[in-house]
Design a protein around this ligand. Sequence first.
Ligand SMILES: [Zn+2]
Length: 360
Amino acid sequence: MVTQYFSDNYFEARGKFLAAAKKSDAKIESHRNPNGAGPDGQDIYTDVAVFGDPDSPKILMIVSGTHGNEGFCGSGCQIAYLQKGLIQQRADDTCVVMVHALNCYGFANVRRVTEDNVDLNRNFVDHNKSYPDNVGYADIHHLLVPQDWTAESVKQANNGLAIYRSAHGVGALQNAISGGQHTHPDGVFFGGFKPSWSNTMLRTIVNQHCLEKEHVALLDFHTGLGPNGVGELILNGDFKQSYERAQRWYNDEVTSFQDGSSTSAELTGMMCFAFLDAMPADKLTGIAIEYGTVSGAEVLSSMRFDNWINLHETPDTDRWREGKQAIRDALYCDNDEWKEKVWARAQWVLKHTYKGLGSI
Ligand SMILES: [Zn+2]
């Protein structure tokens, strides 16, 4: 049963990850997030475990929790990779670097966003330049984040979103909602006004481990898009310099929003820019593994509700608990069948990544 590798909360996941990594002779670095804490004020950490010689010509980086509580899934896969001995099966010329709970604040507090309400996978833009435009978001912000969260107010807001969809099309609505925005810090899919702590941390890790390498492979675990239990492989690198290679590695199963094949919106500021800003684009083959959970409408609703309780409620209220449960369930299916599917895909992906790195 794979279910033992998954955890009920961030702290349990961290304990399991560190124990499994130590058993596999990892060199571990723990980075405390100085800007955020756990729900009871605990210290929280992004942990980096290095397996093998850091001077190896090839690096495989495996990341969980870029989107906070999507880490329930990614952490489980990282721990299973370790416990089942699959990391030990890497080639001699490959060093594996695991980043556990990149957005540790979100994982610990069951939020998709960081301590500054930032969607980390929209935060890797150049903050010294003008931000990418998302004019559509401003039109619907008041609908996504209504003043009240009652059955009636949500229904009205959803009607407003349906009107926008009729006028502009499904794709335009999806891009407006989830493409990323830099105008409403209290909104959803906010890309931030500056690099978040987790952004700076990832850049530090990349600079430490990925420069001047023959090749770097990147697996970043996500949940919440697509059909239940299916792991869509979305290109997480430069389209021109890596799409064809990624297709070769992964049996032509890779999708990209750049050619319209992905269920994802057109994103800006993805985490792969931590790599692309530091190394040649043709040296990176990256994918995001995006596992489907519940319907897109339920995922979005849970994120909006979570945003709302963080603006208007305190942790001791029933509404808060209701909101927490909703976003937990929307991004993590806590049942054996789903976890088995997730794990089967994760194994397949690792096998193909090793083979791909071997072909370089
Ligand atoms: Zn995600």
